[in-house]
Design a binder for this molecule. Structure first.
Ligand SMILES: *[C@@H]1O[C@H](CO)[C@@H](O)[C@H](O)[C@H]1NC(C)=O
Ligand SMILES: *[C@@H]1O[C@H](CO)[C@@H](O)[C@H](O)[C@H]1NC(C)=O
Ligand SMILES: *[C@@H]1O[C@H](CO)[C@@H](O)[C@H](O)[C@H]1NC(C)=O
Ligand SMILES: *[C@@H]1O[C@H](CO)[C@@H](O)[C@H](O)[C@H]1NC(C)=O
Length: 449
């Protein structure tokens, strides 16, 4: 009897290992990626997470949009009475055919090969002037220059020194890499019309789920690097957390601020979000989550640190674009209390634009989700105005009677809309795949204390 017990104990230790090696659960997705259970959680919770990941990977659409109005009508129909979060919405979007086709290379467990638009292993040339280590007065980098530089994706069409008169860095949102974030919206429109701006984008390992302070280092470096490479000040255009992280850069890297022409913010969450749990994992409270998810709660230490001492005001000319009640991830998003609303204490020039107030009751100004502002004809026209004229945007230069009728920018089609909406289920999948999660947000770095 005792011998049998010892046998089972030894067997259990051998099977689990001294440092328990998580036994992989296969998610039946196209790329059959591995889903690693979270160490320390009970079996039931692990199982539930794996089930959710499988569901996000496997859900088949019951219908697919065939036109842009169709896709937007679908979004309206699945919008609930109160905002939920990434995973609940992700599942709804998938059922409605709003999906990134083939997830190879866009999830954190299946890195893209070199040269792919989502690669974070890019080989970029030495800049004409050194931009590393950080300049005097700037926050120090915790990452090395190789790590920072290889996250910058420079499309083949990009012309270097003096040849790219209006360089812009596209910064993705939570759960996304820059390629997939912008390929169906701004990157496509700029590729078709080079006189708007010349884009490069950031593919940050961890897809913006790591500590926002780390994400910010990639942005600070990219600004300095691109400015050196082109001999110009650079614009930054971000989606969602891409703006929160950029505002952190503007505050703590003064020389990067000095090299920035303007910031254009699509659905930013400068004040985090009141949705209690952005990931929206419907299981238990204390599940370990990616650090940036905890940092984006509206009362997080990160958000409070950023907003203190004038961090709730723009440092460079800034244009914000946001949708009031229909933003399913960031709330509140209405009026001057919007998380997206940025003040202008330094008089650098700010244009805050809630689409429902700019174009009330019109196709482009009535409804808009967190991600649909990336393709909405009105929000894109305002962003393009800022890019084309130096920031911030000026509504008097824009033909609102035309753009308010455009659900999507005229250069985009339903595939682009589909792809852009697919960012939400993709973020859900990346949140579930992220390891290791945390139950407390990361400490504020000493330079910001
Ligand atoms: C390209 O963009 C520029 C700058 O915004 C604009 O003036 C021009 O009309 C655009 N061209 C086309 C063909 O859309
Ligand atoms: C700011 O940029 C200008 C060039 O645009 C440069 O001459 C100056 O040294 C910079 N100052 C700082 C603090 O980076
Ligand atoms: C949208 O994505 C779904 C799922 O991948 C796909 O089946 C559908 O064909 C796409 N629709 C369009 C119009 O591209
Ligand atoms: C939309 O445009 C892309 C090119 O950017 C093209 O590959 C795709 O087939 C187009 N989709 C439709 C439905 O026309």
């Amino acid at each position: 009897m005792i011998a049998k017990l010892i046998y089972f104990i030894v067997l259990a230790v051998c099977v689990r290992g001294v440092h328990p090696v998580p036994s992989p659960v296969i998610v039946r997705d196209l790329d059959r990626r591995l889903f690693n259970p979270i160490a320390g959680l009970t079996g039931a919770v692990e199982k539930r997470l794996a089930e959710l990941a499988t569901k996000l990977a496997d859900t088949q659409p019951t219908s697919t949009p065939t036109s842009i109005p169709d896709a937007v009508a679908t979004l309206k129909s699945i919008f609930g009475p109160k905002p939920t979060g990434i995973i609940t919405n992700g599942l709804k979007f998938l059922t409605s055919g709003l999906k990134v086709d083939g997830t190879d290379g866009v999830t954190i467990n299946s890195p893209a090969p070199p040269d792919n638009i989502n690669s974070f292993k890019n080989s970029n040339p030495e800049p004409p002037t050194p931009v590393f280590p950080a300049a005097n007065g700037d926050a120090p980098f915790s990452l090395n220059e190789q790590q920072l530089r290889s996250a910058i994706f420079i499309p083949a069409a990009f012309q270097g020194m003096g040849m790219a008169p209006n360089p812009v860095i596209l910064v993705p949102g939570t759960g996304a890499l820059g390629g997939v974030n912008f390929v169906g919206n701004f990157a496509k429109v700029m590729a078709l019309n080079q006189s708007i701006a010349q884009p490069v984008w950031l593919n940050i390992p961890g897809a913006m789920l790591d500590d926002v302070q780390t994400n910010a280092e990639y942005i600070a470096y990219a600004i300095k690097y691109m400015s050196s490479l082109t001999g110009a000040k650079v614009c930054v255009l971000g989606w969602s957390q891409g703006n929160l992280a950029t505002q952190w850069v503007m505050k703590y890297w003064p020389t990067a601020r000095n090299a920035t022409k303007q910031l254009i913010s699509i659905s930013p969450d400068f004040h985090g979000t009141l949705i209690a749990n952005i990931a929206d994992l419907p299981i238990i409270d204390k599940i370990p989550l990616p650090p940036s998810i905890l940092q984006q709660q509206s009362n997080s230490r990160f958000v409070r640190t950023l907003r203190a001492g004038g961090g709730d005001s723009a440092y460079v000319p800034t244009t914000t674009l946001y949708s009031s009640v229909f933003d399913e991830i960031v709330q509140p998003q209405a009026g001057t209390g919007a998380s997206a609303f940025i003040k202008d204490a330094r008089n650098v020039g700010v244009s805050n634009n809630e689409i429902q107030r700019v174009c009330p009751g019109t196709p482009a100004g009535e409804f808009g989700t967190h991600e649909s502002l990336l393709f909405n004809g009105l929000s894109m026209a305002i962003a393009i105005d800022a890019l084309s004229n130096g920031g911030p945007a000026d509504l008097t230069r824009i033909d609102l009677s035309t753009v308010c009728q455009q659900l999507a920018h005229p250069a985009l089609n339903v595939t682009d809309v589909n792809l852009t909406e697919g960012l939400i289920p993709l973020a859900g999948l990346n949140v579930l795949e992220y390891r290791p999660g945390v139950t407390k947000e990361p400490a504020i770095r000493s330079y910001a204390k």
